[in-house]
Each structure stands twice: as structure tokens, then as C-alpha cells.
Ligand binder design. Sequence first.
Ligand SMILES: Nc1ncnc2c1ncn2[C@@H]1O[C@H](COP(=O)(O)OP(=O)(O)OP(=O)(O)O)[C@@H](O)[C@H]1O
Length: 238
Amino acid sequence: MITVEGVYAGYGSGDVLQGLDLVVEEGSVTCVVGPNGAGKSTVLRTLSGLLKPRLGRIRLGDRVISGLHPADVLSAGVVQVPQQNGLFPAMTVRENVLLGGYVRRRDKELLRRRYDELTAMFPIIAERAGDPAGNLSGGQRRMVEFARALMIDPKVVLLDEPSLGLDPKALESVRDSVAAMREAGMTVLMVEQNVRFGLGIATHGVVMESGRVLLTDTAEGLSANEEIGELFLGGVPR
Ligand SMILES: Nc1ncnc2c1ncn2[C@@H]1O[C@H](COP(=O)(O)OP(=O)(O)OP(=O)(O)O)[C@@H](O)[C@H]1O
């Protein structure tokens, strides 16, 4: 379980997160939605250690992770998949995936086993292992980004707009990947502009506004919420 308590964080020009309180249940797929500039991506950056909270704290289980260096947050089992362009285009698919295991680089046996597990989870990795990542389609690249993040067998996966720029077929692959992460026991916290898609693959939903949490509910409950529907979905289908 991730617990965020009274977090204030920002970029120098002031706090973007204005006393954020949030609980992410272990094993859930939690989708954060909200208007542009609400601070959704900032939540992910604060969780992964890229931004340090000015006030408040973040716990992973019993362990306080706010204030840790990003590499130590990663070692604690929290990995972030960046919004886009996260791969090295001239390196092969295999090399890109293996980079994800860098923090465990001394344990070669573990990395070999983990790579094999991931090729079973994402067949595209084995099919295109020797090709430069830059030759893949957007959807295929997203699979490689996921596989790279999963190399350390994380407890928590942070996804920033996983649907961005993808066609419907690639969205299906994202849906399947998130389901596979959940089946593997990982907790997924995701930010999505495509609210219908995000809540469709989530178990829980969080609505943010102006750096605070406005509302949390099950994903189903939020999808059926008329006010939220009017705000984000162009009305709830009846
Ligand atoms: N690197 C940065 N430096 C300075 N200000 C930033 C930076 N990144 C974001 N901000 C500001 O922080 C605020 C929140 O941004 P954030 O990206 O967290 O919002 P968001 O809810 O993810 O929005 P969007 O849906 O548009 O991605 C915005 O006002 C933005 O201009």
C-alpha cells in the first residue's frame, strides 16, 4: 500500500501539490484523472523521487520513501514508465529491456531469468529482440518500455499516460499488459487523459483538482458518477 500524507511539492515557482492525501491499495490498478495542470504527473514524479516533497510524507508499506534518491526509490521497488520517448532508438530491443535491470546488474542469473519471463509476457520482445527499438511502432515501443520497467520485478508501477498516441489495437495491448501486471501482484498507479480508457482498465479512480484529491472511488463508481461524467466524459451513457 502507498500512503501519501499532506504532501506539498512543486517546481520552485510554488507548490503544485497542495496537501495531497492519497491511499493506493496494494494490488490495485488506480487511475488518476483531472483537468490539465491539476498536478497528476507531478504526483508520479514525487512518488518516484524525482521531486522531493517540501512537506508531508509518502510511505510504501511501513517504509517512508519520500526524500529518498530516485535510485533508492527504484531499489525499494517503485518504477516509473515515462510518458514517451523513453527508449534508446539505436539500441536493440533486447538491450533496451536489459537496461531496466541496471540496478540489479550484479545478479546476472536473476536478470537472465527475468528477461525470459518478460519475453513470455511480451512476445514482441523475443520476436524483435535484435532490431533497433527505433524501428518499432508506437504500440510495440510501449510494450518494450513496460518490459524494461518490469525487469526489476517491481512492487509498484507508475504509468504516465500509457494510452498516449496509440491506436485502438495498441490500446488493447496496454490493457492486457496492465492486467498482466496486476495478475503478477503489482500495484499500478496510472495517470490518464483518456478517462474512459483509464477507468476501464482500473479498479480504483482518483479525481484531482488544483493539487489535491477531490474524490476517490472504485473505477466503476467513478465511471457511473454523473458529475464526473459531465466533467470528463461528455456525460454518462444511459
Ligand atoms: N518541470 C516543470 N517545471 C515547472 N513547472 C512545471 C513543470 N512540470 C509541470 N509544471 C507545472 O506544474 C503544474 C502541474 O503540472 P502536471 O504536469 O503535474 O499536471 P497534469 O495534471 O499532469 O497536467 P496534464 O494533464 O496537462 O499533463 C502545471 O501548472 C505545470 O505548468
